[in-house]
Design a protein around this ligand. Sequence first.
Ligand SMILES: C[S@@+](CC[C@H](N)C(=O)[O-])C[C@H]1O[C@@H](n2cnc3c(N)ncnc32)[C@H](O)[C@@H]1O
Length: 238
Amino acid sequence: MATRRNALPYEQASRASPRARTEEYRRAVELAAPEPGDVVLDLPSGGGYLRPYLPPRTTYLPAETIFEYAQEEKLLICDWLRLPLRNGSVDAVISLAALHHLVDGRISFYREMRRVLVPGGRLAIADVAEGSPPARWLDDFVAHASSEGHVARFFRCEETALLAAAGFQPVFCERVEYPWFFVSRQEMVGFCRGLFRLDRVADAEIAAAVEHYLGVSETATGEIEMAWSLLHIRAIRP
Ligand SMILES: C[S@@+](CC[C@H](N)C(=O)[O-])C[C@H]1O[C@@H](n2cnc3c(N)ncnc32)[C@H](O)[C@@H]1O
């Protein structure tokens, strides 16, 4: 796995602009379709941002490898591939914008998810699509504008073959587009600087790169919308 990325700027940006990724969080939860009373594992969770989007009486299990993310939510700090959870103890797993860091050995991750999910349980993966504007943003800009670089293997619907090999029934794969929301371009630049650890470039370079790679629009009420999209895959544990 690539070098660990600094968690604090990410966590601070996510807490300072909780509305930014509202639609992304909501759609990722929708993909997992949790029912009231379900146990929902969010892996890896970052600081754990999905609780407000879950139905009532849901047990939310945010799990992380990087303990520095544990600022506001109580996180299960563990190894992605060896979870301290019993077989068949989770109803749905949400993996949002992270698995692309697991360049090799993804089938081990899928097998571990199959172990912890109940029969009929859902695995929801929302991650960067190969060749998409977010992929070019990460590969062509973030990889150079962040002193941490960015190493990843992005997603295609062919990933469903690996899920099937791990014993899942893939049922859905589609790229979904939605905006990130900001009150100003300055908030957008600050958020991107923190989330992507852009410590090598000036604000103006970030603003220009967001415009170039992703696209920015202004609503009638003056709100700033930054275009984003992820590939959504849902698979059922038989
Ligand atoms: C973009 S964050 C996504 C977190 C959360 N799911 C969200 O949507 O905000 C990427 C996650 O992948 C993990 N991660 C990132 N880079 C990693 C790396 N190089 N090695 C291990 N884990 C990494 C971190 O633990 C982090 O939670």
